[in-house]
Design a protein around this ligand. Structure first.
Ligand code: NAD
Ligand code: TYD
Length: 338
């Protein structure tokens, strides 16, 4: 099989390409990535020069670049996006551009050449689960996005579905919960927490830390996407989530503190994020129809992730500096607008 991966130098795309080559070593991959702040060009360096891997630096909005790439492959697996909620508060238009217009550009090319299109989306499109509720999102949950990030992903999901309904494009969509694991940018909660602690700095907890998430190890997500590409039903959506539901942020950071041998004096409570959601996902459909289930417990996954960041401090030093400059700017913005 020949695959076009968009955003393959980001967190999940990098893990996905590694996973795909480990299971399908004779397949070919073209990786199209713009190399934004979120990418690390060194992530897949060992594949460069191999005859079944090609990296193309470019923008998914560039039709002249995208069309010939799409024409050469069997399937497009679309990861490229602006992915950080806090940055979408700072610059919503960028999210419309990349996540909505970028997806639309790729869909047009896929339609032109009638190629299979898998869209990697998020559970954040469903909005927020109330506190003290054991509700879980599923494939029938109405869309109700809260942030410019989730609104842009929701719009992209609608466009993907519309290209199936209107033009018969062979699509699938996955809506996944929060991922964690190796190669995640240190602006995100788990790597930010781990890398702050490795530097002997305090960790930042938004509000009182009672918002909850459904954490999934990135390798489990990659296996789920692979399963959908190989066995998913065309036109269908699959929700993907972890083993443990509703982990409050405060419990997550206490778990990390304990695994890293630190006490709770390292916790610093900071002003909350506006429109701060809660998420939990029911993944019965992909389990019952395609046989997928997560393999990592949160405890095993966190231990492995802490170990990876401990051993890869060079990998994140520059992006960590950039992330903390961004957070300072966001804090200044919140102070001006409060
Ligand atoms: P990321 O921010 O780590 O990586 C995004 C990648 O896309 C980067 O390599 C970046 O350079 C590239 N990119 C951005 N704009 C581009 C453009 N215009 N043209 C080409 N490349 C561009 O993101 P991630 O965490 O790996 O997420 C990947 C996908 O999975 C996203 O679509 C995201 O919405 C979705 N998702 C993420 C999570 C999560 O927890 N991280 C959960 C569910 C779904
Ligand atoms: P994040 O990793 O940004 O992912 P998302 O908002 O897309 O789920 O944040 C995960 C949770 O952690 C979210 O509830 C916000 C919270 N959070 C903190 O408490 N402190 C932090 O430093 C960050 C980055 C996030």
């Amino acid at each position: 099989m020949k695959l076009l991966i968009t955003g393959g130098l980001g967190f999940i795309g990098t893990n996905f390409i590694r996973h795909w080559f480990s299971v399908h070593p004779s397949d070919s991959i073209i990786n199209l990535d713009k190399i934004t702040y979120a990418a690390n060009p060194k992530n897949l360096i060992e594949f460069e020069g191999k005859n079944n891997y090609r990296f193309v630096k470019g923008d998914i909005l560039d039709t002249d670049l995208v069309d010939p790439l799409v024409s050469q492959v069997d399937v497009i697996v679309h990861f490229a996006a602006e992915s950080h909620v806090d940055r979408s508060i700072d610059d919503p238009l960028l999210f419309v551009r990349t996540n909505v217009l970028g997806t639309y550009t790729l869909l047009n090319a896929a339609h032109k050449y009638q190629k299979r299109f898998h869209h990697v989306s998020t559970d954040e499109v469903f909005g927020s689960i109330p506190f003290d509720s054991d509700e879980q999102f599923n494939e029938l949950t109405p869309y109700d996005p809260s942030s410019p990030y989730s609104a842009s992903k929701a719009a992209s999901d609608h466009f993907v579905r519309s290209f199936h309904k209107t033009f018969g494009l062979p699509i699938t969509i996955s809506n996944c919960s929060n991922n964690y694991g190796p190669y995640q940018h240190p602006e995100k909660m788990i790597p930010r927490t781990i890398t702050n602690l490795l530097a002997g700095e305090k960790i930042k907890v938004y509000g009182q830390g009672d918002n909850f998430r459904d954490w999934l190890h990135v390798k489990d997500h990659c296996r789920a996407i692979e399963t959908i590409i190989l066995h998913g039903k065309i036109g269908e959506t699959y929700c993907i989530g972890g083993l443990k539901k509703g982990t409050a942020n405060i419990d997550l950071v206490k778990n990390i503190l304990s695994l890293m041998g630190k006490d709770e004096s390292f916790i610093e409570y900071v002003p909350d994020r506006p429109a701060h959601d809660n998420y939990a996902v029911n993944w019965n459909k992909i389990h019952q129809e395609l046989g997928w289930e997560p393999q990592y417990t949160l405890d095993t996954g966190l231990r492995q992730t802490i170990d990876w960041y401990q051993k890869h401090q060079d990998w994140y030093q520059d992006s960590k500096k950039e992330a903390e400059i961004f957070y300072q700017k966001l804090a200044d913005y919140k102070n001006i607008h409060k």
